[in-house]
Design a protein around this ligand. Structure first.
Ligand SMILES: *Cc1c(COP(=O)(O)O)cnc(C)c1O
Length: 359
């Protein structure tokens, strides 16, 4: 059977409507006789795509005027280096570790100087995120870095941390655009595209404009937020096609009714899956109830030996990429914006059948 629903953590499912539109425009965009892939990034056709993409994102995410939107390269991981290069300014910074990705960010930043651990939930096996009330930061920190949604551990923050002195810098790679947020509570938000934005290749950075003045002099031009911002993210050739695809996704989200509507759907999808898991003793998820991710739902079978059988039989029914991350094992359903509720319902139906056949 072919894939009906794709639960991959990333690169992940895209809205069918978006793929169909891209297909219809693939070799001839808007009667130009050219594919978007073949256009000069400085030509009027491509610039119109780029500007509309940024405008739609601003509208969708209610991005205030004093924030710059950058479409960069290197993935979210490259921001592990770009954040300190652009922001540390010979000061200190605090890092919150709530799972695999934020731990990697903390480790990657070490070479830049005074990088402090502000809180970690590693001793609790990353089954919860450190409560912001217990974050240890300093007023003299250039920033505090945290990850809003840990894609592997399935641990998410639902409230923006309050009363934190340093500027908030946030990795939102796997939950960006899953709900409305007050952008002005953050200094910097960044996200790799391949989870909730579009195809891999482009990295979104949203940065408050007063934070653009602190880059280290040795920062290469392509890594320098200010230089990229002054050049429409085109100090070199941007990932033109990925940006175009992201633009189609932003339009699709607006057509869905924007982030308020998307949030409602995401809440519903996650709650039916968690409720089902909790209703059985066959499956379990141990993440703290306050931090259970709406995007990435890791779960296990009490009899771990059934895991690979589950993955194979699910795939035979068209439910793809349910294997957990290799570091933690088990199973994981990633149910990003583009996953319809029918996909989650099909998964639950399969899980029930698998349970009955194996218990
Ligand atoms: C996937 C992911 C990353 C890594 O992204 P790349 O684009 O592969 O560099 C970083 N942080 C989080 C939260 C992620 O989900």
């Amino acid at each position: 059977m072919s894939c009906q629903f794709n639960f991959s953590a990333g690169p992940s499912v895209l809205p069918k409507e978006v793929l169909l539109q891209a297909q219809s425009e693939l070799i001839n965009w808007n009667a130009t006789g050219m594919s978007v892939m073949e256009m000069s990034h400085r030509g009027k056709h491509y610039l119109s795509i780029y500007d509309e993409t940024e405008e739609n994102l601003r509208k969708l995410f209610c991005i205030p005027k004093n924030y710059k939107v950058l479409f960069l390269q290197g993935g979210a991981i490259t921001q592990n280096f770009m954040v300190p290069m652009n922001l540390l300014n010979q000061k200190s910074a605090s890092y919150i570790v709530s799972g695999y990705w934020s731990k990697r960010t903390f480790n990657d930043a070490q070479v830049f100087g005074n990088i402090k651990l502000g809180a970690t939930s590693e001793a609790e096996h990353f089954l919860k995120a450190p409560d912001p009330k217990g974050w240890v930061t300093s007023e003299t920190d250039a920033y505090v870095h945290f990850c809003m949604n840990e894609t592997i551990h399935g641990v998410e923050y639902f409230e923006i941390p309050k009363n934190i002195a340093p500027t908030l810098v946030c990795d939102m790679s796997s939950n960006i655009l899953s709900r409305p947020l007050d952008i002005d509570k953050f200094g910097v938000i960044y996200a790799g595209a391949q989870k909730n934005i579009g195809p891999a290749g482009v990295t979104l950075v949203i940065v408050r404009d007063d934070l653009l003045d602190f880059s280290d002099k040795k920062t290469p031009t392509t890594f320098n937020w200010k230089i990229q911002s002054d050049n429409k993210s085109m100090i070199n050739t941007p990932t033109t096609y990925s940006i175009y695809m992201a633009g189609l996704v932003f339009k699709w989200l607006l057509d869905q009714g924007g982030l308020q509507e998307i949030e409602k759907k995401n809440k519903k999808k996650a709650s039916i899956l968690y409720e089902y898991i909790d209703s059985t003793t066959f499956y379990y998820n141990n993440v703290d109830i306050n931090n259970r991710s709406r995007m990435n739902i890791p779960f296990r079978i009490l009899n771990d030996e059934l895991t690979m059988k589950f993955v194979a039989e699910a795939e035979a029914e068209g439910l793809y990429q349910l294997k957990g991350h290799r570091l933690v094992g088990g199973l994981r359903a990633s149910i990003y914006n583009a996953m319809p509720i029918e996909g989650v319902e099909a998964l639950i139906t399969f899980m029930e059948k698998f349970k009955n056949n194996n218990s």
